[in-house]
Design a protein around this ligand. Structure first.
Ligand SMILES: *[C@@H]1O[C@H](CO)[C@@H](O)[C@H](O)[C@H]1NC(C)=O
Ligand SMILES: *[C@@H]1O[C@H](CO)[C@@H](O)[C@H](O)[C@H]1NC(C)=O
Ligand SMILES: *[C@@H]1O[C@H](CO)[C@@H](O)[C@H](O)[C@H]1NC(C)=O
Ligand SMILES: *[C@@H]1O[C@H](CO)[C@@H](O)[C@H](O)[C@H]1NC(C)=O
Ligand SMILES: *[C@@H]1O[C@H](CO)[C@@H](O)[C@H](O)[C@H]1NC(C)=O
Length: 221
């Protein structure tokens, strides 16, 4: 089985129903062909936008072309069968896209705005600069692969951001993104190449392994 097929199937399977919006602290990612004029969430609502409103319990890899070039604007990657402790409700990644009409499959989407903001945080560890609920990774190839014709590398974001979000520009066209639950990295990432700000998770092999296991589980489900 190829990882990409599994991820596509997960996206396709995902169209059923959306009963829960479990976590109000959304992850939002906006994609730009050139660096945005100002790096401010409030001023970029007409950009290609991906939003995750739940927290996956394993890694999920999504292709920009599938997300924005498809005929659906929302999906659910179901992790219910991966949970260890019984919990009520659906577990997995609920996602949504906006402004997909602007998507150009030939364009170079090398810039992003990332926002994972906790308004009025009840404790210090939910302030900007701390490890957030989810980690986002950006890749120059499909299937969350970090090596291929466009070269090598991946970037990660995993900190709670400020309200306006934070931005970065990769030296390549971003073709796929990964979303996963935070792990116990010592430091969170702000557009970190190879997750360089964190320790203990700089191996892309480990990252790919996480996606593969998730996709396999989805495939078998
Ligand atoms: C999306 O489009 C494809 C091809 O046009 C079609 O086979 C598929 O059923 C469509 N999916 C939905 C959810 O409309
Ligand atoms: C997720 O999977 C569980 C277990 O297979 C199933 O009961 C549930 O209906 C699925 N949820 C959705 C929204 O597909
Ligand atoms: C979170 O995202 C969902 C769409 O995925 C949206 O309906 C909801 O309004 C967003 N919540 C907040 C607090 O922005
Ligand atoms: C964004 O807009 C909201 C509502 O108008 C405002 O409360 C907030 O301060 C703005 N944030 C930034 C960073 O401009
Ligand atoms: C895409 O944009 C990035 C950032 O500007 C640039 O470094 C890269 O060479 C571009 N790729 C292509 C294929 O044009």
């Amino acid at each position: 089985m190829h990882l990409f097929q599994a991820a596509s199937r997960a996206v396709t399977l995902a169209l059923v129903s959306f009963p829960l919006q479990v976590h109000a602290q959304n992850l939002t990612v906006r994609f730009f062909q050139n660096s945005p004029d100002s790096c401010n969430y409030n001023e970029s609502s007409r950009a290609l936008t991906f939003t995750a409103s739940s927290i996956p319990i394993d890694g999920v890899c999504l292709s920009l072309e599938k997300l924005f070039g498809g005929n659906t604007t929302r999906g659910f990657v179901n992790h219910t069968d991966l949970r260890i402790d019984p919990q009520s409700g659906d577990i997995g990644l609920h996602w949504q896209v906006e402004n997909a009409d602007m998507y150009d499959s030939q364009a170079n989407y090398s810039s992003v705005l990332y926002r994972q903001y906790f308004a009025n945080p009840p404790s210090d560890d939910l302030e900007p600069g701390n490890q957030a609920y989810r980690a986002l990774t950006l890749y120059p190839h499909e299937d969350c692969m970090d090596v291929g014709p466009q070269g090598r590398g991946w970037y990660g974001f995993s900190c709670w951001s400020e309200d306006e979000g934070s931005c970065g520009t990769a030296p390549w066209n971003i073709l796929s993104i990964g979303v996963q639950e935070k792990r116990s990295w010592d430091q969170c990432w702000v557009f970190a190449l190879y997750g360089a700000a964190g320790r203990g998770y700089s191996s892309s092999q480990a990252m790919i392994g996480a996606f593969l296991s998730a996709s396999l589980a989805i495939w078998l489900a």
